[in-house]
Ligand binder design. Structure first.
Ligand SMILES: [Zn+2]
Length: 82
């Protein structure tokens, strides 16, 4: 291991929340902004699904763990963004 500690959080949105609340829950832990956050769903065979986030201005990376309904919700957003 590199010894670099990785921030990890659990997502706090509900599956029926609007997109803006979903992205707000992925806000950067340092600058608290969500509009500059690049995120990618990391489904990992459906086991322990999470979103890998990157705040470009802060160069901060972190991971947000998802409940199954949240994974579906984020997956929908990713499909729309693609
Ligand atoms: Zn930031």
């Amino acid at each position: 291991m590199s010894g670099v500690s990785t921030r990890a959080d659990t997502a706090r949105f509900r599956a029926d929340d609007p997109d803006i609340l979903v992205t707000a829950s992925l806000a950067c832990p340092l600058c608290l902004r969500s509009e500059d956050v690049a995120w990618r769903l990391d489904a990992d065979d459906g086991y322990d699904p999470s979103v890998q986030c990157l705040c470009r201005p802060c160069n901060e990376r972190w991971r947000v763990y998802l409940a199954p309904q949240q994974e579906l919700r984020i997956g929908l957003m990713a499909a729309h963004a693609a």
